[in-house]
Design a binder for this molecule. Structure first.
Ligand SMILES: Nc1ncnc2c1ncn2[C@@H]1O[C@H](COP(=O)(O)OP(=O)(O)OP(=O)(O)O)[C@@H](O)[C@H]1O
Length: 256
């Protein structure tokens, strides 16, 4: 199987401060990679670099473009990169408001992404938007409502629908369930797991919640002070952590 993403020696500095340093990994189609670590360990910096929202200071991020194969994403033109981000990739932000257009309806939020990949027929776009609202458990009667009238959990589900409607091959998620009630979190996680598995989407998920990665991620990277200190199969890393920092993280969060 071809690699979907190949990351080599990736670093991002903010002046003299290290955001992340020397990160390298491959991601294959359909694979879910979790990135965990304490606050300030570089998770968000890494995710923003991987998803082309932030230009790295050094290193290479190559993505398997449908026509060109593995291509350095920073060798693409700005419009090409933006197109990639709008179609073949999805980015689910921690705060749904950052990933939604709050001034247009729920249906338009979903339909807009379809238009980015060339859909023009209003009736088809609306039908597809309704279909996706149903998939993320939002009543289709709310299709013309503004996202601001939705609850936090509904906004997050709408953001997921907006991202998945174009059938991306890779989705980046930054703490997708934080800030929600525990019961809402559990349902949302279950929904993400079902959709990601059913559609065979590759995912990179940043979280500080080991329960989230246990449920969703095939592989896990543990970060500390900008560097990856441990990387392996999720169950292996969580059940038999090798690095002292991972041992501390696991013992402090998971009941023994
Ligand atoms: N815009 C910025 N300017 C300067 N330093 C930054 C900036 N963003 C992040 N940093 C620094 O980079 C390091 C990594 O931060 P980052 O936000 O990536 O960590 P994180 O693991 O995502 O933390 P959290 O879980 O709290 O969101 C920290 O030392 C942080 O202070």
């Amino acid at each position: 199987m071809n690699k979907l993403l190949q990351v080599t020696d990736l670093s991002k500095n903010y002046g003299s401060r290290i955001g992340c340093e020397g990160v390298a990994f491959d991601l294959y189609p359909g694979e879910v990679l979790g990135i965990v670590g304490e606050s300030g360990s570089g998770k968000t910096t890494l995710l923003r670099c991987l998803s082309a929202q932030l230009e790295p200071s050094a290193g290479r991020i190559a993505y398997d473009m449908r026509t060109q194969g593995l291509t350095d994403i920073w060798s693409l033109s700005e419009p090409e990169r933006r197109m990639l981000m709008r179609t073949d990739w999805g980015i689910v932000h921690q705060n749904a408001r950052d990933g939604l257009r709050m001034e247009v309806s729920a249906g338009a939020n979903v339909g807009e992404r379809l238009m980015a990949v060339g859909a023009r027929h209003y009736g088809n776009i609306r039908t597809e938007a309704e279909d996706w609202l149903t998939k993320v458990e939002i009543d289709t009667g709310r299709i013309d409502d503004l996202p601001a009238t939705f609850s936090g959990g509904m906004q997050q589900r709408l953001q997921i629908a907006r991202n998945l409607v174009t059938q991306p091959r890779l989705v980046f998620m930054d703490e997708p369930t934080s800030g929600l009630d525990v019961s809402v979190q559990a349902r949302l996680l279950d929904l993400i797991r079902t959709l990601v598995n059913r559609l065979g989407i590759a995912c990179v998920i940043v979280t500080h919640d080991l329960g989230v990665v246990r449920l969703l991620a095939h592989r896990l990277m543990v970060m500390r002070r900008g560097r990856v200190v441990e990387h392996g199969l999720t169950d292996q890393v969580l059940d038999d952590p090798q690095h002292p920092y991972t041992q501390l993280l696991v013992s402090s969060i998971l009941p023994v």
